[in-house]
Design a protein around this ligand. Structure first.
Ligand SMILES: [Fe+2]
Length: 277
């Protein structure tokens, strides 16, 4: 054996990899990569990952990428079902109780929903139980905000978004409103349903292997934008839904669950100013 050469072992490999990050690397890149390497190595050691399991992991990640296209995002789905998306949301939206809670955007928002005005119907002719939506957009102090853009979208009574029905081109069960001086958005639609996240791919296999279901509890999505204020991306959930305690993506927050038993979804959203702490 020649002298002066390093042998990498279980004990020194982690530090050796971290030490290769150049001192002039971007400080945030260095911070993130150092932690990533440290945690990844600790994970491999903790579970004593076998070569066969490593191969399986590589095949899984490769398959994740192959499932992705402009209609399907399997990597975000993995992040969602592992709770990472909601963890990032929780860290980014630490705030006091005077503003509304956020939750995941999900993959079904569309860029140009039909423009609507108060009193319109989001889902004309769609079969299902009628639902009235009556929400108000306010600032942190409860003052109604005029000129807020409010996108609303939800599933059919069978649990499908418009993009999952037929050729996916038609827009319905969604609309874009702008609030007037009273901050209010009022429209008619049909009650959506609980639905499974896409589970026919590699993420579905992981869920099944863990003995977990793919269901999300019944909800309506809202994305509220107003210049000078922070965007609010959230859902309102239907109280009594059997999947509220096992949301596949962990998106439920108690403040976002409301009673729709009288056929009406009402809520007062409070959005923080852009410069709020
Ligand atoms: Fe959804």
């Amino acid at each position: 054996m020649a002298d002066g050469h390093i042998t990498y072992t279980e004990d020194n490999l982690t530090d050796a990899v971290i030490a290769r990050i150049r001192p002039d690397a971007d400080p945030r890149v260095a911070e993130v990569m150092t932690a990533l390497i440290r945690h990844l190595h600790a994970f491999v050691k903790e579970v004593r990952l076998t070569p066969q399991e490593w191969e399986q992991g590589i095949a899984f990640l490769t398959e994740l990428g192959r499932w992705c296209d402009d209609k399907r995002q399997e990597v975000i789905l993995l992040s969602d079902v592992l709770g990472v998306s909601m963890l990032v949301d929780a860290i980014a939206n630490r705030h006091d109780a005077s503003v509304s809670d956020t939750t995941v955007l999900g993959p079904f928002h569309r860029e140009n929903p039909p423009r609507m005005k108060n009193g319109d119907n989001l889902s004309p002719g769609a079969p299902g139980t009628p639902l009235e939506i009556d929400v108000t957009v306010c600032d942190q102090d409860g003052k109604p905000l005029e000129g807020a853009q409010v996108d609303i979208w939800h599933t059919s009574a069978e649990g499908y978004y418009d993009s999952q029905i037929g050729d996916g081109e038609a827009h319905f069960m969604r609309g874009r409103f702008v609030t007037g001086p009273d901050g209010r958005v009022h429209c008619f639609t049909i009650c959506p349903a609980s639905y499974p996240v896409p589970h026919d791919g590699p993420v579905g296999r992981v869920l099944a292997a863990m003995g977990r279901g793919p269901m999300r509890p019944t909800h309506v999505h809202f994305w509220i934008k107003k210049p000078g204020y922070r965007d609010l991306i959230t859902h309102i959930f239907k109280d009594g839904d059997p999947y509220l305690h096992e949301d596949a993506v962990f998106g439920v927050k108690a403040s976002l669950v409301t009673d729709w038993s009288d056929g009406k979804l009402t809520y007062q959203f409070r959005i923080p100013r852009q410069d709020a702490a």
